[in-house]
Ligand binder design. Sequence first.
Ligand SMILES: [Mn+2]
Length: 296
Amino acid sequence: MAKKRKEIKKRLLLVAHGDFDGIASAVLASWRHPLEDVRVVFVQPFTVDKVEVADDEDVIVVDVAVNNRDPKMTTDFISRLGGRLYRWFDHHRGWESLKIDDRFVINSDAPSCAQVVMSSSQDGDMEYYFGTLMVDATAADTRQGTLSKKADLIERATKADLSDDSVREAAFRWLLGDKSKLSVLEAAAEKYAAIQAETERLSATYRVTGNVAVVDARESEHNYDRTQLLLAGQKVAPFAVVVSANPRAGEDYLTIATSRKDVNLVEIFGLPSGAPFRVSIPASRLEEALGKLNSL
Ligand SMILES: [Mn+2]
């Protein structure tokens, strides 16, 4: 069967979000390409301006949303890629106002980008080889369901040091069959065990007042997993608040999360942007936050 679309060049650059869904989507989008000709970089929507692309590379972007604080950064990136952009797969909202062509495969209703990549593939073998990976990506992105052993190892390994992209790359290559990367993931996952222990220690120190569980993590001398800590708080109260130190900016801050679907934390705290179920505000607003959350 003749293919009308342009063929991918020898060298492929994947630009992926750094979470499990991003890694899984990168795997799905590139698995037929020789691994030695693939380069992968991990980004956030607000770091795409840093991506360097070689002239002889074609680019596939996966699970990267429009930078909603600065959509021009996204459109600038798209223009800079020019003809080198081969596909952009995503499942976030925010594309409605952008002018995009048929290289963009966007489905804002999909629970994961991995599902978008798989649904748009003509490759009948993909589901056979990577069906579990897609289910894992959806479970990881929606925080529903349980992860397979492989996915759980990757989740723990990549959480050990969120600034370390080499672990993400190892996960990417391991999922594509490079067995030598397993030891990298296992070593990182072991580091995560210490983080988990500190998270559990802090979880036991939540104090509940009415609707709100508060934990003070400022004195913690170890790394902890803030997302897991917030989830532990939401088991004992509808709202969880973590008080954290911010060594860089100096000012302590609060991270507030809720499982209540009828509440929009961005609106309640008058913030310019953020997720309705999780926001960060200066710690000086703690009394105000307790008052507001307890009146809901
Ligand atoms: Mn995603």
